[in-house]
Write a protein of this length. Structure first.
Length: 172
């Protein structure tokens, strides 16, 4: 025999359970939306995806023009700036390069390849209080001098190193 009161209680309990599940879903939706909104508000797109693109710096077609476009035409060669890389790069498409600066208050570092069609390979803004030591991979079309240019306290300093390329990268 079926107890109609028991069925009625079960139906009411299912409705309560459904209400709780709906409440949980709504809570999760709302908290996800608020979390995403907070994330977007805290991290503006310019901060997350790097700063600004300075096309004129990266499209300069010779070393002098590239130095001028970044503002480093009056640089001084310095032993406190070091370009660290292998003497011979077997593949010009991926040449590991490390640049270190022992100059206090270093705020900007750039790597330029003298004989590349566009000499400026990469540039870094160095936040205050950060160790000025970057490691990256650059592309080289042929054997060339690689310049590291550093801006510290409004002055420009540089170092260079010749790296021999055995297999071309920039059109080789």
């Amino acid at each position: 025999m079926i107890n109609r009161n028991a069925m009625k209680d079960t139906v009411e309990n299912k409705e309560e359970v459904m209400d709780i599940n709906v409440s949980k879903r709504n809570f999760l939706r709302l908290s996800s939306a608020l979390g995403l909104a907070a994330f977007v508000g805290l991290y503006k797109s310019g901060d997350v995806f790097a700063a600004e693109w300075k096309e004129s710096e990266f499209t300069a077609d010779n070393l002098k023009a590239a130095m001028t476009s970044i503002g480093a035409e009056g640089y001084t060669m310095s032993g406190d700036v070091v370009v660290d890389s292998a003497e011979i790069a077997e593949n010009g498409a991926v040449v590991p390069v490390r640049v270190k600066s022992a100059i206090p208050n270093t705020e900007y570092m750039a790597v330029l390849v003298e004989k590349n069609p566009n000499p400026l390979a990469t540039a870094f803004n160095i936040p205050e209080g950060t160790e000025a030591n970057v490691k990256t991979r650059i592309k080289m079309g042929e054997t060339s001098n690689v310049f590291a240019v550093v801006k510290a306290d409004g002055k420009w300093f540089a170092a260079k190193k010749e790296i021999k390329v055995t297999l071309g990268g920039c059109g080789g």
